[in-house]
Design a protein. Structure first.
Length: 510
């Protein structure tokens, strides 16, 4: 590697890779440093004994025409090797037949009314119309939340274009939703339908309808409609494809380099890794949670927002995972490979789990005659850390109990699963901190409870944040949008002009 760059990106998640690839395409000297052996972070895929397991995220959306990953692919000249789904997942509610979460809106509405009656139709019509409005705004990469006169001016510039896409009759609804919750749109809804909405929001907005901001919630519930699919070699192929684009544009990527210190110099920043390598850059982009950034900066150089962070995350979630290798003969005929199962009893701190099966056609994911399965549920962080630090026996017992609950639930979908297991790897928040380096194993970003939860990306002059901690938050398409926005802003500070509105066919000019 060289020792001087325009931009150094710390962390190879989808957000950081998006920023890096766009900046390299524009002609900047870019280096990305990743601590692990593979890129992707929580949206990566790891190899173990012949299996390729998705580490965290197992379902990716945004491939439909005009959706974020489709537009990003056009901008970077990427053709995503995606096999599009007709249904994103099946949702299993207690003592009810499964609902298929069709990607086509009309088919999804028909499925809903078949299960719950016409009373639920107004909610999903509201969701679709509101999500359309939110996506229309997101395409302009708004500087949200605004904090400087320039950012307010940028919003004022975007607003007239966005307003033209909104029917006047919807303005009052949008204003209510900006300060309201999804629950306000569920009045009179059947209890099981509320349970469905809550389960879907928990995996997409990190909270339930009672707390989820209505605008964020509408977009979060739109994952299926913006095009889901499977990628050969697993979800990590998104990150690997972006990494290849970065290299093709002349950027550099180094794995196995953990950044330990970032400190200010008269001309920018010095970045030092655990191997003693030092690189210099005018801009540093962190694709890690804020707590990780705080550990890399000296106290006197730390932005105020980082100093104000509590010692550990006060809200948000960790994940308890099972990575399972099985004989494929045990897999029954299923209409989809992703399943959200809502249980009648607690599985962790919640009552739902998500199960994903590798496609039969993807022979890279498992040895011949085998399949890879990833199972996850939300879990609170602190109990795991307290036990890991004070009582290893109790920690292992808790891990075994969670494993049993998830396997018992999965066995209802896949009878005989237990007897067909070849590999079983449990993962806790401690596991996530070890392998993804995310502080405390905190995953999924801030619960989307209001429009100001996400941080603005500029931490200080030349210091930036991307990933699920900034607007628009969690999910592969969301962090890609956030990374795109940061790339635009850095290019502007470097005197490179780009056209906005997804940069669909524009080319940068100095």
């Amino acid at each position: 590697m060289n020792d001087t760059y325009d931009v150094v990106v710390v962390g190879g998640g989808v957000g950081g890779l998006t920023t890096a690839a766009l900046l390299a395409q524009a002609g900047l000297r870019v280096a990305l440093l990743e601590a692990h052996v593979y890129v992707g972070g929580c949206a990566g895929t790891f190899y173990h004994r012949g299996y390729r397991f998705d580490a965290g995220a197992t379902l990716v959306g945004g491939f439909a025409p005009g959706a974020p990953l489709d537009m990003l692919g056009k901008r970077l000249g990427i053709t995503w090797p995606v096999h599009l789904d007709t249904a994103a997942m099946a949702v299993h509610l207690p003592q009810r037949p499964p609902l298929l979460r069709w990607n086509a809106p009309d088919a999804w509405l028909d499925e809903l009314t078949h299960h719950f009656g016409d009373a639920v139709r107004p909610f999903w019509e509201w969701q679709t119309a509101t999500a359309d409005t939110v996506w229309a705004l997101a395409q302009y990469h708004p500087p949200w939340p605004p904090a400087t006169p320039h950012e307010w001016a940028r919003l004022a510039q975007i607003a007239p274009k966005w307003v033209q896409t909104i029917p006047p009759a919807r303005w009052r609804t949008l204003l209510q939703d900006a300060f309201g919750t999804v629950a306000a749109r569920l009045h009179g809804s059947p209890a099981l339908h509320r349970l469905l909405v809550d389960a879907q929001l928990l995996i997409s907005a990190q909270t339930t309808s009672r707390h989820a901001n209505a605008l964020f919630g509408a977009a979060a519930l739109d994952l299926a409609r913006i095009g889901t699919g499977h990628l050969p070699r697993g979800v990590g192929t998104v990150a690997e494809t972006l990494a290849n684009a970065l290299r093709q544009f002349g950027g550099e990527l180094s794995t196995r380099h953990t950044v330990e210190h970032v400190h200010r110099t008269p001309r920018g920043w010095h970045v030092r890794t655990h191997r003693g390598m030092v690189v210099r850059a005018r801009h540093v982009v962190f694709n890690v949670p804020p707590w990780n950034v705080r550990r890399m900066l000296a106290e006197e150089e730390m932005p105020h927002r980082l100093r104000r962070l509590p010692p550990q995350p006060r809200d948000g979630w960790g994940a308890f995972m099972l990575y399972v290798g099985v004989d494929e003969a045990v897999i029954p005929p299923l209409e989809t490979l992703h399943h959200q199962i809502v249980s009648g009893e607690p599985l962790g701190e919640g009552r739902s789990m998500f199960l994903s099966i590798s496609p039969a056609w993807d022979t890279t994911r498992a040895p011949a005659g085998k399949r890879a399965i990833t199972i996850s549920t939300h879990t609170a962080l602190e109990p795991w850390w307290q036990l890991a630090q004070r009582d290893e026996t109790a920690y292992e017992a808790r891990k075994a109990a969670y494993t049993e609950r998830l396997l018992n639930t999965a066995n209802r979908l896949i009878p005989g699963l237990r007897d067909a297991i070849e590999i079983l790897l449990p993962g806790t928040p401690i596991t996530f901190q070890r392998f993804t380096r995310r502080f405390h194993g905190w995953v999924g970003g801030w619960p989307q409870t209001n429009l100001w939860r996400g941080w603005r990306p500029k931490l200080a002059a030349g210091l930036w944040l991307v990933g699920d901690s900034i607007f628009p938050g969690q999910s592969v398409p969301a962090v890609a949008l956030g990374g795109w926005r940061v790339a635009e802003t850095i290019l502007a500070e470097c005197g490179i002009t780009v056209h906005t509105h997804m940069l669909l066919s524009s080319q940068p000019t100095r």
